[in-house]
Design a binder for this molecule. Structure first.
Ligand SMILES: Cc1ncc(COP(=O)(O)O)c(C=O)c1O
Length: 407
């Protein structure tokens, strides 16, 4: 049986932090375990999931896509229909309720694609908590609509100018803030990684996705599910989607990393199916993209949310023992999948989840109609239009932007 709280997954995981962070992590672990054992916490969470987040999210049969591909049936779990447009809200809500229960008044968070920042800012507005979000300057530029939304929700967005000015640098800044502020502040970490108890906590709050899928398979799909497919940045949507299936030996669980634009260092973010090596970064042991001196390598993905050099420790472990199979989709394949599902199904995948969409398309083509593949659309693509519109129809979009800028 999967335990609610693990310090390690095989040799991965743990809590490799400076002395000053031991106390807040101990306090958090205690509060998390108490909340998980308290039916009133679960009731409060379920009520907010239903009336604030909009759960359950639908499982949609992608009938037109299935017909066009001519193989296995494709179903799409529409996490993009949750409030604020991505699965990130599930974890943000759970942790913010926990923080409130702990008597914290302030929340800090890091964000890459901005979806976690938007979800956190939204939940803080709803629960009356002060909110500060750290975000790399590069990510702020490429995910500008999300910066606007965070500020609309009343959050302070702090640009991070160190390192590569992306997610890993934002995590460093958030950890630095927390070390000095933890007595009244909760660090609402956005993926299934970091020092324990974060990987377990994030999995538990995201596993609402997988639990709904179990029900929806029973009601809508039947026995013939061949595979579940999810994109993997840090790993929160994947581990939440997979959670109820991990202990069984089927269906196949497929994690899709960012293949970027090539195989060389700095061209992708493929830790499992690529060049990840064992290391300790951001307070946990896992597989990371590191150079020969053990320094974190730059990464690249068209999607800011997959552009991270490490992977959650439980996913690294499940990959190592073969329960999850990892593969990649390139920037170009993700864009093709985004266009394909938009045209055939009227849904626009976030660029992150479009990587999973691309692999689902490939698998469906090779499969047969008596089998079903379920792909997690971890978010919808509204936030990405400044990237996708440029990539798909550059000239028209440029004209529009110039017109807007001069009006
Ligand atoms: C829509 C979406 N999907 C996936 C991810 C990747 O994160 P994770 O692997 O934690 O699900 C992000 C990260 O920002 C995201 O915004």
């Amino acid at each position: 049986m999967q335990k609610v709280y693990n310090d390690f997954f095989g040799t991965f995981g743990g809590r490799y932090v400076a002395e000053v962070l031991r106390c807040p992590l101990d306090e958090l672990e205690q509060a998390f375990l108490e909340a998980m054992a308290d039916p009133s916490f679960h009731a409060e969470l379920a009520e907010a999931q239903r009336h604030f987040v909009g759960r359950p999210t639908p499982l949609m049969y992608a009938e037109n896509a299935t017909r066009a591909l001519g193989g296995s049936r494709i179903y799409i779990k529409l996490e993009g229909l949750a409030n604020t447009g991505a699965h990130k809200i599930n974890n943000a809500l759970g942790q913010a309720l926990l923080a409130k229960r702990m008597g914290k008044r302030r929340i800090i968070a890091e964000t890459g694609a901005g979806q976690h920042g938007v979800a956190t800012a939204s939940v803080c507005a709803r629960l009356g908590l002060e909110c500060t979000v750290y975000m790399g300057e590069v990510d702020m530029a490429r995910q500008r609509p999300n910066v606007y939304l965070m500020e609309l929700f009343g959050a302070k967005v702090v640009p991070v100018r160190s390192g590569s000015r992306t997610l890993k640098d934002a995590v460093n800044e958030a950890l630095r803030d927390w070390a000095a502020s933890w007595e009244d502040t909760h660090y609402l970490l956005g993926s299934a990684l970091g020092p324990s108890p974060f990987p377990d906590m994030v999995r538990e709050f995201q596993s609402v996705v997988g639990r709904e899928v179990v029900e929806q398979i029973r009601e809508q799909v039947g026995e013939e599910v061949e595979a579940l497919v999810a994109c993997v940045g840090g790993g929160s949507n994947a581990i939440g989607f997979f959670a109820p299936f991990i202990e069984a030996d089927r269906p196949k669980l497929i994690g899709v990393e960012a293949g970027g634009r090539g195989n060389g260092p700095g061209e992708h973010a493929a830790r499992m199916s690529g060049a990840g090596v064992e290391g300790v970064v951001h307070g946990y042991k896992s597989l990371f993209l590191l150079d020969e001196d053990g320094q974190v390598l730059p990464t690249h993905s068209i999607s800011a949310g997959l552009d991270y050099p490490g992977i959650g420790p439980q996913l690294a472990y499940l990959g190592r023992i073969g329960r999850i199979r990892f593969t990649t989709a390139s920037d170009a394949e993700a864009l093709e999948a985004l266009k394909f599902f938009a045209r055939h199904e009227g849904v626009v995948f976030a660029l992150e989840s479009a990587h999973a969409g691309a692999v689902a398309m490939k698998m469906a083509r090779e499969g047969s109609p008596d089998k079903a593949i379920i792909v997690n659309m971890s978010g919808r693509g509204d936030k990405d239009i400044f990237i996708t519109a440029k990539a798909i129809d550059g000239e028209k979009w440029r004209e529009f932007l110039l017109r807007e800028a001069s009006s």
